[in-house]
Ligand binder design. Structure first.
Ligand SMILES: [Zn+2]
Length: 430
């Protein structure tokens, strides 16, 4: 044999060997119906999808409750002659600063609850942010609009000009119906300002997916220099509490000083604005109370907010940037012990169940296009009867891979009839 033919035989040998090497160690086929263990539903089980407890952000698994991005735009309502509110330059600057200060507090700025005294309520990451959202159909749009109208610039809570719950302004100027949270910066009526007893404090109202904020321009102008802490000189820093509070209503929360706000971790109290004589020797700092701090979110409040973000048909979900549709393998979720998912999830990476780990899914889970569920040889996946595996983006996710090594194979159990849809490799394929 010449050297040449020897190389040829060697090459043929290699070509036959390669598939043998790659197939013999692991069988990485997508799972089929026949490989699934089926179990009947035992007794009455209640789905955990509706429980806020199942949506509280998990500190150590950020990929399980990724940051939700809420689309917002702003309308600055001026009088017909263009006065009475921020002008275009200052208005844009103010709005951007306000969003920045809110996001800063929402990103690592959650404070410990002042009330009840000596509480051990955990301080969790809020995991939501606001993003200024232009109208994509309008060239040069930046999501900040200026309107001139003597009929619409003001908000009044009492008396003949009362219009605080009026929807006319919204209907006239709304941009991105149901998809973007519209914030209107309105001002005090010029007649109100004439009355010496009239309070010029900034306040707000939230209805549906829009908000009216009253008096931020007046607040900006009357602010006494040095009243904010030196590290936060801007009024936007102070007023972040007002916007976070009103958005809290849009996200499904009530006032936290009342007893029936659905949260046991927000005690009722006299709702004092700041520290003073009793009963104001005790002051809350919760963002859904009226107080000067408004920088504490409780686990229950975050659970309710994130439940609403995860509910498929909710108004809150429609306001979100759909940032769970593109596969991002840096966001893979690895399960390394026994875990139960009671609440719905929108994953952006693969879901990997490691050896000696077990995951029970009891609610909806969306996987991105190209996303897989991978069960390692000693891993186990249990799909409960309320489980839904899907792609929430009108695309398809890949399917479930059950790995095998040395005769040991990952396990998949279905209890009752979980729903598996939008798969490239469905279980019942030929
Ligand atoms: Zn309120």
């Amino acid at each position: 044999m010449t050297n040449h033919t020897m190389n040829y035989y060697y090459l043929v040998f290699l070509i036959f060997l390669i598939p043998y090497i790659s197939c013999s160690k692991k069988n990485t086929d997508f799972v089929k119906e026949s490989q699934v263990k089926k179990e009947a539903v035992a007794g009455n089980t209640i789905s955990g999808c509706k429980k806020w407890e199942n949506y509280v952000p998990i500190v150590r698994q950020p990929n399980l409750s990724p940051t939700r991005m809420i689309k917002v735009n702003f309308h600055i309502m001026q009088r017909a002659d263009g006065t009475g509110n921020f002008d275009e330059k200052l208005g844009r600057e103010y709005v951007k600063n306000l969003i920045f200060q809110c996001n800063n507090t929402l990103n690592g700025g959650n404070a410990k609850m002042y009330l009840p005294a000596n509480n051990d309520i955990p301080v969790l990451p809020q995991r939501y942010q606001y993003v200024l959202t232009p109208n994509p159909e309008v060239k040069g749009d930046d999501g900040i609009y200026f309107h001139r109208s003597d009929e619409h610039y003001f908000m009044v809570s009492t008396g003949g000009n009362k219009n605080n719950y009026d929807r006319k302004t919204l209907e006239k100027y709304l941009v991105g119906k149901d998809e973007v949270l519209n914030v209107f910066l309105m001002e005090h009526h010029k007649d109100s300002l004439k009355s010496p007893r009239y309070s010029k404090n900034a306040t707000g109202i939230a209805m549906g997916t829009w908000i009216k904020l009253l008096g931020l321009y007046t607040d900006y102008n009357k602010a006494v220099p040095g009243t904010n802490p030196p590290e936060y000189p801007l009024r936007e820093w102070y007023q972040r509490g007002l916007l976070n509070h009103e958005i809290g209503h849009v996200l499904g929360l009530g006032h936290s000083w009342v007893r029936n706000d659905r949260c046991d971790d927000t005690p009722s109290h006299p709702n004092c604005w700041n520290f003073g004589a009793p009963p104001c020797d005790k002051v809350s700092n919760n963002f859904m109370d009226y107080n000067t701090y408004r920088d504490a979110w409780t686990p229950c409040q975050l659970g309710i907010i994130h439940k609403n973000f995860s509910r498929k048909e909710s108004n809150q979900r429609k306001l979100l940037v759909k940032n769970w549709c593109d596969l991002d393998e840096t966001k893979n979720v690895r399960i390394s012990k026994a875990q139960v998912w009671g609440g719905a999830k929108d994953l952006t990476g693969h879901l990997i169940i490691e050896n000696n780990a077990e995951l029970t899914i009891e609610c909806r889970v969306s996987l991105p296009k190209g996303g897989k569920v991978i069960i390692k040889p000693k891993g186990r996946l249990i799909l409960g009867q309320s489980a839904v595996l899907e792609n929430d983006c009108g695309e398809k996710w890949e399917g479930i891979v059950v790995e095998e090594k040395s005769g040991v194979r990952g396990e998949i159990v279905m209890v009752g009839k979980p729903e598996l849809k939008q798969m490239v490799y469905p279980l019942d394929r030929k």
